[in-house]
Design a protein around this ligand. Structure first.
Ligand code: PFF
Length: 449
């Protein structure tokens, strides 16, 4: 069913780099530590790992199968597999979620740019928790700097996306991902030697289930979807560029493992510092931006480390945002016949408008609340905790129940004995575990159950 003239990622390493590049980003290094901080640490981590491997991996395989088999973007994939049905709605859910995420994500990526700039120009080694807090607040609530960085970040996206799949996306990911791993390991080692490392590690690894509420279970599931880039068709789109030789199950498992590993590393970096510098683990979205500068201030050559870290965080965000944008760009090019450059312009233009609103929600639009949330929090909540789980549930039902079974097995192609056992478990989870589990957690999380 695959289309012949479609672009393809050139190498297997490239496939892993782009998929891991999409998964690893602010979700692991910025969002995971603060969500874990707000939701009680160890118990959140355990739940998150459960959702990643029991629900995330099957949904990821489902997305891979649908994408590679059809060789289509998220909208036409469902139209081709289930013509004339309501399944193409899944495509629209994905496109909406991708724009919402791109908008608030670009604001945080913009913050990383501010911190790169500061590290280079006026690194002053502040250690005091209050001073770091004030510094971040003054910046984030100002009316032009965060907007400027958000727009600049989106322009960087444009520069890569307009170049296309192989020359832009694959090349950039191949270089950046290995570099990110190396630097994270260096920071982990540094954090392990901090005076209160033990407290930080026990917060992260010792589960205290009494802290968990249905809301935090929903957050752990939302985090798994967000972090693995699942439920919005990002991986359907990427898999449409995979070659027939790409082993889907292995790629899914490897991506989920590396992604979780990075999130845990981020926790190991942040929580020892949180306790050492007397910060609150439940500080919310600012956590990383208020805690990490304190670590850098302690380190020899702090300005250099700080620049390097925020640079890599910025680049990791970039490999994630290009994957979100690709969802709607592929639809516009394939289905509306738009030129890639124009489709990219439209996508980035829309994100610039919404991104500006999100950036200002820490400043002059702070008073604008919808369901009690600022626009930034609303975009995050609706996409991660509503649209992604909903999309993931539908994708899992579609692949498990509606898609031809021979196609599913053929695409997942298990050759060894172990592979066949794994395939059986995977299909079982896709059919019987993921859909009801997502539904129950979702309904309980929003207070309906
Ligand atoms: N997985 C990315 C992260 O953890 O930062 C975020 C993301 C990328 C979400 C791509 C959705 C997506 F389509």
């Amino acid at each position: 069913m695959q289309q012949n003239n479609r672009a393809q990622f050139a190498t297997r390493l490239g496939v892993v780099a782009v998929t891991v590049g999409s998964a690893v980003g602010l979700g692991n290094i910025w969002r995971f530590p603060y969500e874990a901080g707000v939701n009680g640490g160890g118990a959140f981590l355990l739940l998150n790992l459960f959702f990643v491997f029991v629900i995330g991996v099957p949904v990821m395989c489902a997305e891979f199968v649908i994408g590679r088999h059809t060789g289509s973007n998220v909208r036409s994939a469902f139209r081709r597999l289930a013509p004339g049905s309501a399944w193409s709605l899944v495509g629209y859910i994905g496109i909406t979620a991708s724009i919402l995420i791109l908008s608030f994500y670009s604001v945080v990526a913009g913050w990383t740019m501010e911190y790169i700039y500061r590290s280079l120009t006026d690194f002053c080694g502040i250690r005091s928790a209050t001073a770091l807090h004030d510094r971040f607040d003054t910046f984030a609530s100002s009316n032009w700097r965060p907007v400027m960085w958000t727009l600049l970040f989106l322009l960087c996206n444009y520069a890569i996306l307009a170049r296309g799949v192989e020359k832009g996306i694959e090349k950039v990911s191949n270089i950046l991902m290995p570099l990110l791993f190396i630097i994270l390991i260096a920071f982990c080692i540094n954090s392990l030697f901090m005076p209160d490392a033990g407290k930080g590690l026990s917060f992260l690894f010792r589960p205290d289930f009494s802290q968990l509420t249905p809301k935090s279970v929903l957050s752990a599931m939302g985090q798994a979807f967000f972090s693995l880039s699942l439920g919005l068709g990002c991986l359907i789109t990427y898999a449409s560029y995979f070659s027939r030789r790409t082993p889907l199950m292995k790629t899914a498992f490897l991506t989920a493992s590396l992604d979780s590993f990075v999130a845990i590393m981020a926790g190991v970096i942040i929580f020892p510092a949180v306790f050492t510098y007397g910060k609150e683990p439940a500080a919310g979205p600012k956590l990383v931006f208020e805690v990490l500068p304190a670590i850098f201030a302690e380190m020899p050559l702090g300005a250099l480390w700080s620049t390097l870290f925020f640079l890599l965080l910025f680049l990791a965000s970039l490999t994630s945002t290009i994957s979100m944008s690709e969802i709607s760009i592929a639809c516009m090019c394939d289905d509306l016949g738009m030129k890639r450059r124009n489709a990219t312009r439209l996508n980035i233009g829309i994100a610039m408008a919404f991104g500006t609103l999100c950036a200002l929600s820490f400043g002059c639009l702070g008073g604008v609340r919808v369901f009690g949330m600022t626009l930034f929090n609303l975009f995050d909540y609706v996409s991660s905790n509503v649209l992604l789980p909903l999309g993931g549930m539908l994708i899992s039902i579609f692949a498990g129940w509606r898609l031809n079974h021979a196609v599913l097995k053929g695409e997942l192609d298990a050759t060894s004995r172990g592979g066949r056992i794994f395939l059986r478990i995977l299909i079982f989870c896709m059919r019987y575990v993921a859909p009801p589990c997502i539904l129950i957690v979702f309904l309980a999380g929003i207070g309906v159950l």
